[in-house]
Design a protein around this ligand. Structure first.
Ligand SMILES: Nc1ncnc2c1ncn2[C@@H]1O[C@H](COP(=O)(O)OP(=O)(O)OP(=O)(O)O)[C@@H](O)[C@H]1O
Ligand SMILES: [Mg+2]
Length: 241
């Protein structure tokens, strides 16, 4: 059997925007898709940069991740369609079964996706991660770039509702200042260039190469999944290459 082309779909966004939820559901619903998580490329706890001002580890800067290995892995997947790294996967996502995906959505997604696969003969790889579009060296590896957004207040309250994060060596619990001083600051700093007037609360730049979706509380997950699937199967706008 000849090797199929690989379409790498990046689903990124601030912590708690809902990217893992959407990526997991999309990968579950698209037959044959593979899902990988950038979170599996976090460094060991003792290699995470220490912020001297606050006296805590900064899990939210690009340096907390082994982005060289992540980039190599994406190249390997693109070339072979297979995952090479022995990844330790910490499942830091709430149960996605609480989101009700309708029968109609499932059928629409399968139909759209089967038609896409049959026409283009590609293997879809969905990659979920919070720091993938900040650096052109990594961003260029994605054939589709989807940015999941939510307003600051929703992000903050969702993050506060989480018990913490399993790391390679321990369990991280946010100190009270952590969302504002680390999570949101790093998201804003590293994604500003994708937005008009560098305003991450504003509109995405038309030539950013990124398609965005606002996944605020109360949004129907079915709409998010149909949007994401549509982005995957649609040809890229010419400006985003
Ligand atoms: N539309 C929504 N309405 C309400 N809650 C949502 C919605 N989408 C996601 N959530 C909830 O927000 C929380 C964060 O979701 P998720 O784990 O998918 O975020 P994430 O972007 O992957 O965050 P992180 O980068 O920290 O891994 C979860 O509790 C999830 O159930
Ligand atoms: Mg996640």
């Amino acid at each position: 059997m000849s090797q199929r082309d690989v379409l790498i779909v990046g689903i990124s966004g601030c912590s708690s925007s809902g990217k893992t939820t959407i990526a997991k559901l999309i990968a579950e619903l698209l037959p044959g898709a593979t899902l990988i998580h950038e979170d599996d490329f976090f460094k060991h706890d003792d290699e995470i940069p220490l912020n001297k001002k606050f006296g805590v580890k900064d899990w939210d800067c690009p340096e907390a991740l082994d982005l060289d290995l992540f980039g190599q892995e994406l190249d390997h997947i693109k070339a072979t369609g297979k995952i090479s790294a022995k990844l330790v996967h910490n499942n830091n996502v709430d149960d996605v079964s609480r989101f009700c995906v309708s029968k109609e959505t499932k059928e629409t997604l399968r139909k759209e996706f089967n038609a896409f696969e049959a026409a283009s003969d590609v293997h879809v790889v969905v990659v979920d991660g919070f720091m993938m579009f900040h650096d052109p060296k990594i961003a260029c590896k994605f054939d589709r770039k989807l940015l999941i957004r939510a307003p600051y207040a929703s992000l903050k309250s969702r993050r506060a509702a989480r018990s913490g994060y399993q790391t390679l060596d321990s369990f991280w619990i946010d100190p009270p200042f952590y969302f504002d001083e680390f999570v949101y600051k790093s998201y804003a700093k590293n994604h500003a260039s994708l937005f008009e007037e560098n305003d991450v609360e504003g509109r995405i730049r038309k030539n950013s190469g990124v398609q965005d979706y606002v996944n605020d509380d109360g949004m129907d997950i079915n709409d998010a999944l149909l949007w994401a699937c549509h982005q995957i199967v649609s040809p890229l706008p010419s400006f985003s290459s």
